[in-house]
Design a protein around this ligand. Structure first.
Ligand code: 0X9
Ligand code: ZN
Ligand code: ZN
Length: 422
């Protein structure tokens, strides 16, 4: 009995220590700032770089979202007043969103995987093991590689027959974008269990390669320590800052046109060299090894509700721009028809969002010859941003499968699903 009390006491102390090290965002706010030019957009982006008290949530044509600590609120106010930019509160207390996100955890059964709450990496891995055991004939494990902190990066292949065109899905390369791995795991389950005739065709007539969590270290860190972490967790020599932006680390026009930062403390730090991040190198090596089998590359991100095609590093249009837009439009149109009326826009990354070099979809397009390649930014447009409430997971997944059905149909119609190997 005494021993039990001792164990409990030690546990309580340990939990206090772990709890104490969790980054809190009490009274942090997210502001929407409407910008009228690229100069103004850059102005706010640069402010976000200057201090840990600011963090860029989104930047795009006409709109920048910036998270601010309560201490720095006045500074932001002064700054934006100088440039005559109105501030609009989008999130009034980030910590309450984070707390709200956890509520369903208490009520939902932690022992069965599902899509009414978010799960840590261990549960996602258990889900994959479960699926592999249940569907051994059509699924296989993909060993993508090992992360900096020596976690396994796992993927799954779903293939019902020989000779299918291939679709690759990279997800959760940015640690805080939890809706992406929730969607990827849902999609895996849906492809295997749906009885809908259209989904069955989608599942069985294509080979699916899905990596639910690429940035495993960062993802684990968002669960244990800092919900708003974006980058990898590899330390940088001679810098107090940790991690690089894995979506700036691919060997494709790396660091060109200010599409990434050379400052290790920035959220878009490109890394010391292309593929400096083991997670990115591992994914690139795997994709390269099967590129002849791939017709479509999708990188799941959040948020903004937009499909982004190449290029991110130049405003020059890709050669099959019209087709890329037609396929994106098909996704957008299909999603809009659902009762949720979720509106997705589309465009090239550099035009619809900002310059970004060394990103997955550009690398897949330019270096691997995968002619349909998108970054898809999921829900929402900023009301909750990265902390999308669990109640929206399933509706969002419905959006996604409707979008994918239309995207793949259009791709087929335009001749993009011809098998390249054989
Ligand atoms: O900046 C990014 O990496 C992506 N947006 S996010 O808010 N999820 O971080 C957009 C990348 C799009 N650009 C290219 N694919 N080049
Ligand atoms: Zn170049
Ligand atoms: Zn992202």
């Amino acid at each position: 009995m005494k021993r039990h009390i001792l164990v409990l006491a030690v546990l309580a102390i340990l939990m206090a220590i772990v709890g104490a090290t969790k980054v809190r965002y009490d009274n942090y706010k997210v502001f929407k700032i409407r910008t009228k030019s690229l100069e103004q957009q850059k102005l706010i982006e640069n402010l976000a770089k200057e201090s840990k008290s600011f963090n860029l949530w989104h930047s795009g044509k006409g709109e920048v979202h910036i998270m601010v600590s309560p201490q720095k609120f006045i500074q932001l106010q002064n700054y934006t007043q100088t440039f005559n930019l109105p501030l609009e509160v989008m999130v009034s207390n980030v910590q309450s969103l984070i707390d709200g996100e956890q509520i369903s955890k208490a009520t939902d059964n932690a022992h069965t995987f599902g899509w009414t709450r978010y799960y840590p990496l261990s549960a996602i891995e258990a889900f994959l093991d479960d699926i592999l055991a249940k569907y051994p004939d059509v699924t296989s494990h993909i060993d993508i590689g090992t992360s900096y902190e020596r976690r396994k990066i796992r993927g799954i292949k779903i293939s019902y027959k020989e000779g299918n065109p291939g679709i690759f899905i990279e997800s959760n390369i940015h640690a805080r974008e939890w809706i992406t791995s929730a969607t990827a795991t849902w999609l895996i389950n849906e492809l295997l269990t749906s009885t809908d005739a259209n989904v069955r065709k989608l599942a069985e007539n294509h080979d699916w390669y899905i990596v639910p969590v690429l940035n495993v270290d960062g993802f684990a860190y968002t669960h244990t320590t800092d919900r708003m972490w974006r980058k990898t967790r590899q330390p940088v020599n001679f810098s107090p800052c940790i991690g690089a932006d894995p979506n700036r680390n691919y060997n494709s026009h790396w660091m060109e046109n200010n599409g990434a930062s050379s400052n290790p403390c920035d959220e878009t730090y490109a890394g010391t060299h292309p593929f400096s991040e083991p997670e990115v190198k591992a994914l690139a090596d795997y994709v390269t090894s099967i590129k002849e089998r791939l017709n479509i590359m999708l990188a799941f991100h959040s948020y903004s509700q937009v499909l982004l095609s190449p290029h991110g590093w130049t405003k020059e249009l890709p050669t099959n721009f019209d087709h890329l837009m037609a396929v994106a439009k098909a996704y957008s149109d299909a999603v809009l028809q659902l009762p949720y009326k979720t509106k997705y826009t589309y465009g090239t990354s550099s035009d619809a969002m900002y310059f970004a070099s060394g990103a997955t979809n550009d690398w897949a397009y330019s270096e691997q010859g995968i002619r349909l390649s998108y970054t898809i930014e999921f829900r929402d447009t900023g009301r909750f941003g990265f902390i999308l409430p669990p109640i929206q997971i399933l509706p969002h997944c419905e959006d996604t499968i409707a979008g994918l059905l239309a995207l793949v149909d259009k791709a087929d119609e335009l001749g993009y699903l011809k098998v390249k190997y054989a």
